[in-house]
Design a protein around this ligand. Structure first.
Ligand code: 3HC
Ligand code: NAI
Length: 706
């Protein structure tokens, strides 16, 4: 192979009259302006060069091409555009072949679709995931994919955003050949040579006949439109994708491309695109905590879990699912058996749904062992405590862990609210103590708050992040305070919801408004799901220390006093007839609320859904800003990721901090000041918001400051 030209982001090398064009733009060969320009130049050069018979497109490193450069979106566009590059590739009069290994996603797959032939290696992942970023395939994908694989399959790919492997891609007709080895260059060159030997003519996707059956295509488009209208929950891009495919069916190719461009630009301009791309980047940014940059994680080959209740069992399942062995400690044999039963129930449900075999369950449970003696934890590399939320109980457990655990073992607590600095201070090795705050159900919920006490060593924090990766959780670094990031902010917006309920909004109206905003559930539905008794116990515990100036709404207490703890008792804010999971509004609850309003001397007033959301979000944003201000969260994006993964915050809004910037921080501050006129104790503007508004800055400006 003779190197012909070494470019910066795209290399060209001539190999037996085949021009190998390698996209080399780490980490994922995204199609930034440099790549686009050099790719176009390479094709144009190949076209002109009499020594070149064909072009082979490959990616350097682990992927073909990960897509358009999403960091360029929202900035002034730089030429050439990706559609232009794809058109240049397709128009080339010499055969262009894409050899795909790793990811060929979004614009990456569009480049491959513009090539004349495609080969994929076994481990390739192909897809058009633009919908997950609030976009549609905007470089010809909506026009070429349906022509190549038919409207139905193309719509499925574009609306689900799912990745397909090489075999499925081949079965769909997305690629022509599946390579047999993992040597992308050798496979690609051999394929090009075979095509040249066979004198295969250039074959352009724009001329493919996947839409020839017009009736079937139309039916697929209508079905996708109906399904998307029903399921896309206010998302903007899915219906635009359907429109673009309709254009592919109805318009000549070039007109279809122009139509796709217009729809793409509409998506690009939408705040949903900004929110979804923020979420994508933020969930990668949270991994870069200072400790993960500066320290090496300790080795974790075995895990202990203390407590086999709701959380202990869920955590054990998460750890078992990651392939690690678990030793569970309980108070007595009965509790231990109950802990194991909790675990088995999770797997039995999977078996009942046909998603697991009894043999697979047995294999997983072979990694579990239980004991009532802490001595069984002597060899564990990491122990997670999930016993009752009582400081005395936590201290007793940690004293035992301190005694039995080997030096270097990480000692973690799953406490929700307790002071982890105090727990750490109670043992002889505070540097090994860290908070691992899982969310219920722990085997399902993605969020893991890694709570970092003052004395913890950096490698213990790095180990926590490493464990999160093994458990496929999204870790967010949090400082020690009452409720860390998530529950601390939750307490505030929950209080705002309670205030509105007492002031005149029904819990059902509030839940409806919150759902309409995009949350899967409203706060009162969440309370019913979690069980009212837990919050009630906490409120009673804190009654003595509560600030008497602070407004305290007693409606929840009145409901709990009746034994109505939500779904598990068949009644809470809603009634759940015969074990139903969806509740119905309860007139008796409304009477309780009326009585409480009277007792509190409140004359109820009407709330619009819009005001409900302004108050709800202002409370969430204000406390989120306080959490950043006090360095409990490193950056606003850590608050965002916490809410996206732990609290059902609608992803297309990017998280509360991103949403605040979208609304305008000055508007949020004006709201808070307006609400403070009635309740200055509750509505105190966060100093961070005041400062940012004074400087005309955004919360996002702090995201790269840490
Ligand atoms: N543009 C810019 N940066 C990207 C990127 C992209 N398309 N895709 C990934 N990156 C960055 C990540 O932000 C991360 O940066 P960091 O190291 O600074 O945090 C780095 O690349 C590595 O990413 P991952 O950690 O995700 O790497 P993995 O190896 O786990 O996964 C991947 C690789 C499967 C390619 C994954 O990154 C991915 O899914 N990327 C997005 C794919 C996508 O959505 N493409 C469509 C883009 S929109 C488009 O193409 C529009 C077109 O139709 C016009
Ligand atoms: P739970 O009451 O369901 O389970 C606690 C378990 O700990 C019981 O099975 C009990 O027998 C066992 N236990 C008590 N003392 C023990 C000891 N000394 N040694 C061994 N086992 C002991 O409680 P849950 O809900 O699982 O909570 C556990 C911890 O997780 C608490 O700190 C809680 O704040 C926290 N948490 C709870 C969440 C939830 O949604 N339930 C969410 C996140 C954290």
């Amino acid at each position: 192979m003779t190197p012909e030209q070494t470019g910066h982001a795209v290399r060209r090398e001539l190999c037996n009259r085949i021009l190998v064009v390698t996209v080399d733009n780490p980490p994922v060969n995204a199609l930034g302006a440099n790549v686009r320009r050099q790719l176009r130049d390479a094709i144009q050069a190949a076209e002109k060069d009499p020594d070149v018979d064909a072009v082979l497109l490959v990616g350097a490193g682990r992927n073909f091409i990960g897509g358009a450069d999403i960091r360029e979106f929202g900035k002034p566009p730089l030429p050439p555009s990706l559609p232009e590059v794809c058109n240049t590739i397709e128009a080339c009069r010499k055969p262009v072949v894409a050899a795909i290994h790793g990811a060929a996603l979004g614009g990456g797959l569009e480049v491959a679709l513009a090539a004349h032939f495609r080969i994929a290696l076994g481990a390739a992942r192909l897809g058009l995931p633009e919908v997950t970023l609030g976009l549609l395939p905007g470089a010809g994908g909506t026009q070429r994919a349906p022509r190549l694989v038919g409207a139905k399959a193309a719509l499925d790919l574009m609306l689900s955003g799912r990745h397909v492997g090489a075999k499925e891609a081949h079965a769909l007709g997305l690629v022509d050949l599946v390579g047999e080895t993992d040597d992308v260059l050798a496979e690609g060159l051999a394929y090009v040579q075979a095509l040249l030997d066979a004198q295969a003519p250039v074959r352009r996707t724009r001329d493919a006949d996947g839409l020839a059956d017009r009736a079937a295509s139309r039916a697929a488009i209508e079905a996708a439109r109906a399904e998307s209208s029903k399921k896309s929950h206010g998302l903007f891009s899915p219906l635009k994708i359907v429109d673009a495919v309709q254009a592919a069916l109805e318009l000549p190719f070039d007109d279809g491309l122009r139509h796709e461009r217009q729809l793409f630009l509409q998506c690009l301009d939408s705040p949903q695109r900004a929110g979804l791309i923020h979420a994508f980047l933020a969930e990668r940014e949270v991994l870069k905590a200072p400790e993960t940059r500066n320290a090496k994680p300790r080795k974790i080959a075995s895990v202990g879990v203390v407590g086999g209740g709701t959380m202990g069992a869920g955590i054990a399942v998460a750890v078992l699912d990651a392939g690690l062995p678990v030793t569970m400690i309980e108070r007595d044999d009965v509790s231990l058996a109950r802990g194991l039963a909790h675990i088995e129930k999770v797997y039995d449900n999977l078996i009942a749904k046909g998603r697991m075999t009894p043999e697979a369950k047995a294999a997983v449970l072979a990694r579990w062992n239980g004991s009532t003696s802490y001595d069984a934890l002597g060899t564990a590399d990491l122990v997670i405590e999930a016993v009752f939320e009582e400081m005395t109980v936590k201290h007793a457990v940690f004293a035992k862990l301190d005694r039995v655990c080997k030096p270097g073992a990480v000692l973690a607590t799953n406490t929700s609210y307790l002071d982890i600095d105090a727990i750490a201070a109670s043992v002889s090795r505070p540097g090994d103590v860290v908070g691992l705050h899982f969310f219920s159900p722990a085997n399902i919920m993605k969020l893991l708050e890694v709570v970092v006490p003052a004395q913890v060593s950096a490698d213990v924090v790095a180990t926590a992040f490493d464990l999160a990766k093994k458990l496929r959780k999204v870790p967010v670094r949090a400082g020690v305070c009452d409720g860390f990031i998530g529950n601390r902010v939750l307490a505030i917006y929950r209080a705002a919801a309670d205030h509105m309920m007492e002031d005149g909004a029904s819990p059902y109206q509030i839940d409806r408004a919150v759902r309409a905003f995009g949350f899967p559930m409203g706060p009162f539905q969440v309370a019913d799901l979690a069980g009212g008794d837990i919050g009630w116990a906490t409120r009673k515990r804190r009654a003595a220390t509560r600030d008497p100036q602070q407004r305290y709404v007693q409606i929840a207490d009145r409901i709990c006093e009746r034994g109505w703890f939500g779904q598990k008792t068949g009644r809470g804010y809603y009634v759940y007839a015969d074990g139903a999971r969806t509740g119905k509004p309860d007139p008796e609850v409304e009477s309780i609320i009326d009585a409480e309003r009277e007792r509190a001397g409140v004359t109820p007033r009407a709330f619009s859904d819009e005001e409900i959301m302004r108050r709800y979000m202002a409370a969430m944003i204000n406390e989120g800003a306080n959490v950043v201000h006090q360095r409990i969260a490193l950056r606003p994006l850590d608050v965002d990721v916490t809410f996206l993964y732990g609290y059902g915050f609608p992803r297309h809004r990017g998280g509360p901090m991103q949403y605040a910037d979208t609304v305008g921080l000055d508007k949020v501050l004006a709201d808070i000041r307006e609400f403070a006129q009635q309740d200055p104790v509750f509505w105190q503007p966060s100093p961070l918001i005041v400062d940012l508004v004074e400087r005309g800055a955004t919360l996002a400006s702090l995201n790269h400051a840490a």
